[in-house]
Design a binder for this molecule. Structure first.
Ligand SMILES: Cc1cc2nc3c(=O)[nH]c(=O)nc-3n(C[C@H](O)[C@H](O)[C@H](O)COP(=O)(O)OP(=O)(O)OC[C@H]3O[C@@H](n4cnc5c(N)ncnc54)[C@H](O)[C@@H]3O)c2cc1C
Length: 280
């Protein structure tokens, strides 16, 4: 398969890239989603803006409170914890589940968020961490919070003339436990359902909880009723079971050729239970 004709640019700076973007242009990052779409002619951009030569976009800066990730940072960089705390552990848990090695070597965190596949690991992780990102266009940069980023399948708050420059993720104190679980039909496939949990613990008691389910609907979903119900509880198997039941009731899952509504509901129950029980 060959893509439709396009004009190719490889700018060296973010400002040059932003100046080239617009309605008929697409950013090329790792190419692991865009190139197949172009080859199948599902995407026919007139202009490709390849950001692989913009050095400043490939970086991880670990600050005291925030980790700043350049949009071009490849999935594989997160397989080993990027910092010693719960954030590094959570990112490593998720990174190992993304596709196969060649995809993790090429694909980028910024590309994954911009693509906004609801079954993408980084989308759920971004949401459960309450991350934010910096988007840059011809008129400058703006910050977009995870809560306002995902509109629907493959659609985000990013405008056609903007690119994601950095992603900011909060570091988590040692009192936090984190868990991640997903189910896919074969190793390396996109997940049918995934769950990510971030628990701030006071000893064995949950102080605050964040719980997100991905792959179940058009965007990653924060399960606020479950989060409220978890606060003040200890993580016994009974509590985990009750919260997992509540999670399954809280979401109206999508149905597709891979899974019925009922099956996905069961998977939501099983994956939220697994993420909570496995949180470390
Ligand atoms: C066989 C296969 C299996 C896969 N399995 C998984 C999986 O299990 N989990 C998973 O999460 N992903 C999976 N992927 C997708 C992979 O993770 C991609 O890397 C990711 O979705 C897109 O990242 P990319 O860097 O390759 O972006 P690209 O393919 O280059 O771009 C994707 C889209 O994002 C836009 N874009 C890219 N970067 C930016 C930016 N900085 N600013 C604005 N827009 C931008 C592009 O214009 C394009 O529209 C799989 C892919 C394949 C081929």
């Amino acid at each position: 398969m060959k893509p439709a004709p396009f004009t190719y640019h490889a700018p060296a700076t973010v400002a040059e890239a932003a100046a080239l973007l617009g309605e008929d242009a697409k950013v090329l990052a790792g190419g692991q989603s865009l190139v197949p779409a172009m080859n199948f002619r599902l995407a026919r951009p007139a202009t490709i803006v390849d950001i692989n030569r913009i050095r400043s976009l490939d970086r991880i800066d670990v600050g005291a409170e925030i980790v700043t990730v350049g949009a071009m940072t490849r999935h594989r960089r997160f397989e080993e914890p990027i910092e010693p705390g719960p954030l590094g552990r959570l990112l490593a848990m998720a990174a190992h589940k993304i596709g196969h090695l060649p995809i993790r070597v090429r694909g980028t965190m910024g590309g994954s968020l911009a693509h906004a596949d609801p079954a993408a690991e980084w989308c759920s992780i971004f949401r459960v961490l309450d991350g934010r990102l910096v988007a840059t266009g011809p008129e400058g940069s703006r910050v977009i919070e995870a809560s306002g980023f995902f509109d629907t399948v493959f659609t985000t708050a990013i405008r056609p003339d903007e690119l994601i420059e950095t992603i900011e993720l909060p570091r988590l104190a040692d009192s936090y436990r984190v868990g991640f679980a997903e189910f896919s039909r074969r190793a390396g496939d996109f997940a049918l359902v995934m769950a990510a949990v971030v628990l701030d613990m006071d000893g064995e008691t949950v102080r605050t909880a964040r719980l997100v389910v991905g792959g179940a609907a058009d965007v990653p979903i924060r399960l606020e009723a479950c989060e409220a119900a978890l606060a003040g509880q200890s993580l016994t198997s009974d509590t985990i079971g009750e919260i997992a039941d509540l999670a399954a009731e809280s979401v109206t899952p999508l149905e597709d050729i891979h899974a019925s509504v009922e099956y996905r509901r069961d998977l939501i129950r099983a994956m939220t239970r697994r993420a909570m029980a496995g949180a470390t």
